[in-house]
Ligand binder design. Sequence first.
Ligand SMILES: *Cc1c(COP(=O)(O)O)cnc(C)c1O
Length: 222
Amino acid sequence: MITDSVHTLAATKEKLAAAASGVGRDVRDVTLIAVSKTFVAEDIRPVLEAGHRHFGENRVQEAFGKWPGLRQEYPDVTLHLIGPLQSNKAREAVELFDVIHTVDRPKIARALAKEMERQGKRPQLFIQVNTGEEEQKAGMFPGDVAGLLALCRDKLGLEISGLMCIPPVDEEPAIHFAFLAKLANELGLSGLSMGMSGDFETAVQLGATHVRVGSAIFGERD
Ligand SMILES: *Cc1c(COP(=O)(O)O)cnc(C)c1O
């Protein structure tokens, strides 16, 4: 049976390709991360069967409940952690994830460095930026990103692939995407993790290398 998520995945890929070609970009330079948080293995399997291999989860514990099993069936999956990380979860995060998008303070960077050394595993890392400088929101303020980057590179031996942001809900996302792209460019970083179901085409137009799309593929979450 072909499920809805297989159709919505195909539709999302078409929109992504159109957005990329509209600005002269190669769609192969944009990684579509299917965000499967809150969905169970049975919901995810059709998307895997359709050949998709990049998935995002926002909770380490929840991801451990479904991905080790799915990975045995689909060993070439790339798993992205897109939710906030506590330093006491660094061990599990390094064990399970291939890409961590949410490095957002020195304490996390240190905990990850220690675990990466211990496990001999090197997930790709993004620094999360609080572009709207919102209270209570994860991410480094833009003015502090250079300092965290220097700590990662010079003191901890961590390579940083790029920047990630989640724009404030009540603001025009394009402004935040353009800002993140400019900041990454100034810092010499090429990766840009930005854009969700409602705005991934805009993000691609503004240079996203990774878009994180959940509900447009899997449907609304409870
Ligand atoms: C849930 C989530 C997404 C996906 O959101 P949708 O609007 O369902 O596409 C993207 N990024 C992060 C950080 C998320 O937590």
